[in-house]
Design a protein around this ligand. Structure first.
Ligand SMILES: Nc1ncnc2c1ncn2[C@@H]1O[C@H](COP(=O)(O)OP(=O)(O)OP(=O)(O)O)[C@@H](O)[C@H]1O
Length: 592
């Protein structure tokens, strides 16, 4: 599931050998020697010789014990992740860091596999195998097999009462007793550390909830606690703020700052160009477009980068000349919709109308109920049936719609969808985009653009099939690879769209997959488009192309759009463009 699959670790567990190591309350002794040392080197994929081009060139990077480093990429978020992976042995550094202590001088001869961890939040884990899995399971009654709690899954040892921990008995030999006492002290320490971290990230109230019931942000916080609990000496955190609300981002950053200040552990952060760089960080490693890496004091690197387009994709946009004007009928009306799981009330009497042409930013802290609310709107939530009289979708009560017909009317992108989308061999980009006409997960029809609304195959070469094929090319050209690099010629856009359309979806980089799923959401021009964390993994060029397309013609003909994001800058429209906010707060909904 979501949990461990993208926890990239040098080693799954680095148990401490004594209580003095890496605690949240003890300052780690300042090590002698740098933490990381890469002399002027190039970095290659494993198994590739030096004649092939390196991924990174001229990397001179030395991290001293009290430095707080951020790794940023001016190109793709994948490049940043790769540079961090070079530190965990997933890439080859040439010439290699010099002996006697190599890449991590501070470890001396200790095994990096035991003391260095990389935890990546940058890319979403992918669904297992090629099949689609049912991500809507969490909206229903939790089944017996899904009842494993957050505590059971991530922190099982904290469920044991202390008296069950190693206790010397009367038959134990004295030397064993010493060992058992040490074990017990260690367990006790780990438990205290866990309590401390869980309190600081406000995680306690979720510990005994079923894992499946946790929101994205709640799960991510748990993964941060889990990573810290393993007590590595060097922790590489790739995009730890992804999917976290403003308040939680503050909690996470202040916790990381306090740990880093004590060198327990040393922390290197991978961040996106649009993330605010924390004040307490001192140094930057900036991956440039040409594959060189500029390392140095934060201000110096930022000054040098000011002339590049580091933040280009995120600069505020001028309002469009004619912002969408909210007109016509309501596409969706919620008239007092509530959702509860037993005693737990997640949505309380929500009133909200989404009209044709409207643009909304759905806001709320982690766990506020945004995903749940959208699952009611898409009809995926079982409680959407029981509340049918309060939930009008496309002018009919929800219960009058077969769910499959709703899928064709709602284009959507979400973390759940991204995780669950099938990566089966044989599904090309064309096929994946083509599933958008019906909102399914299997490409159908001769031209792989779906069946007709009546459920029958489209007539071969008929108007409907040709119109869909034309629309496919429009979207593939408008959002395809040539546009990610800036204004392309129409020949470039067409040629690259053709090559892109043939590529296997499963082989694409995560950012490219995000673009394809956005194309899929838009291709059928559905009356309602829901974009939940739509930009995840995309590099700057992709984000820029996608935002420009959404603002300039990607949506029309009365289409309504709801964007879910914890970052105001990620919404393609400004207030002047007419975007409105719907905020969830403690289960209540407010229009701002
Ligand atoms: N089956 C369930 N049983 C109990 N509680 C549940 C269940 N499903 C969801 N919840 C709770 O409902 C709340 C809302 O979850 P939801 O995923 O809608 O939040 P969200 O606003 O989308 O959060 P995030 O920004 O972190 O993605 C959470 O506190 C979650 O723990």
């Amino acid at each position: 599931m979501i949990l461990n699959r993208n926890v990239l670790r040098v080693r799954s567990r680095a148990l401490q050998s004594g209580t003095s190591r890496c605690t949240s309350s003890t300052t780690h002794p300042s090590p002698d020697g740098p933490i990381i040392h890469i002399p002027q080197s190039s970095i290659f994929p494993l198994g590739v010789n030096n004649k092939s081009g390196p991924l990174f060139r001229d990397v001179s990077w030395t991290v001293q014990p009290n430095d707080a480093w951020v790794v940023l990429s001016a190109t793709s978020s994948g490049a940043k992740t790769s540079l961090l992976q070079a530190l965990t042995g997933h890439l080859r550094i040439h010439p290699p860091p010099p002996p006697p202590y190599g890449l991590f001088p501070f470890l001396k001869n200790r095994d990096p596999h035991e003391h260095v961890s990389l935890v990546s939040f940058a890319h979403r884990p992918q669904g297992a195998g090629g099949a689609f899995y049912d991500y809507t399971a969490r909206y229903g009654a939790v089944r017996e097999e899904d009842k494993r709690t957050l505590r059971d899954t991530f922190f099982p040892e904290t469920a044991k009462p202390l008296h069950e921990l190693a206790i010397p008995d009367m038959y134990t030999r004295p030397e064993d007793t010493t060992q058992l006492h040490a074990d017990r002290a260690r367990e006790q320490h780990r438990r205290e550390l866990f309590e401390d971290l869980a309190a600081k990230l406000d995680l306690q109230r979720f510990l005994d909830l079923p894992m499946i019931a946790l929101s994205n942000g709640q799960t991510r916080k748990a993964r941060i606690v889990k990573a810290l609990l393993e007590q590595p000496e060097l922790l590489l955190l790739d995009e730890p703020l992804t999917g976290l609300d403003v308040q939680t981002r503050g909690l996470v950053l202040s916790l990381l700052h306090s740990l880093h200040a004590k060198n327990a552990p040393h922390i290197v952060l991978g961040m996106r160009p649009q993330d605010p760089i924390p004040d307490w960080t001192t140094h930057l490693a900036l991956i440039r477009r040409d594959g060189t890496v500029h390392t140095g004091q934060k201000e110096e690197v930022l000054d040098a980068a000011a002339t590049t387009q580091l933040h280009a994709g995120w600069s505020p946009q001028a309002p469009t000349d004619s912002g969408p004007s909210e007109t016509g009928t309501a596409v969706v009306t919620l008239a007092g919709v509530s959702v509860a799981y037993g005693e737990r009330k997640v949505l309380k009497h929500i009133h909200w109308s989404i009209h044709e042409n409207s643009r909304w930013h759905l806001q709320g802290v982690n766990g506020a109920g945004k995903t749940t609310l959208l699952a009611m709107v898409t009809g995926e939530h079982p409680q959407s049936y029981t509340q049918s009289s309060k939930l009008t979708l496309f002018s009919r009560p929800r219960a009058q719609w077969p769910t499959a017909h709703l899928h064709a009317r709602i284009g959507r992108v979400s973390p759940e969808m991204h995780n669950a989308f099938p990566r089966r061999r044989g599904m090309s980009v064309w096929d994946a985009v083509g599933t958008g006409f019906e909102g399914t997960f299997v490409a159908r029809g001769r031209a792989r653009v779906g069946f007709g609304e009546d459920g029958a195959p489209l007539a071969e070469g008929g108007d409907a099939e040709r119109a869909r094929v034309r629309r496919m090319w429009d979207v593939l050209r408008a959002l395809g690879p040539a546009t990610w690099r800036g204004a392309p010629t129409s020949e470039d856009a067409a040629r690259e769209a053709q090559e892109f359309a043939r590529r296997p979806f499963a082989d694409l980089a995560p950012g490219e997959q995000s673009v394809v799923l956005l194309m899929r959401a838009l291709v059928g021009r559905p009356p309602l488009v829901l974009l939940d964390e739509a930009w995840a993994g995309m590099d700057e060029g992709m984000v820029k192309a996608a935002r420009a397309y959404l603002r300039e013609g990607g949506l029309q003909d009365g289409q309504a759009c709801v964007v879910v994001s914890h970052w105001e800058e990620e919404v393609p429209w400004s207030k002047e463009d007419g975007v409105r906010r719907f905020r969830l707060d403690d289960g209540e909904g407010y229009i701002e």
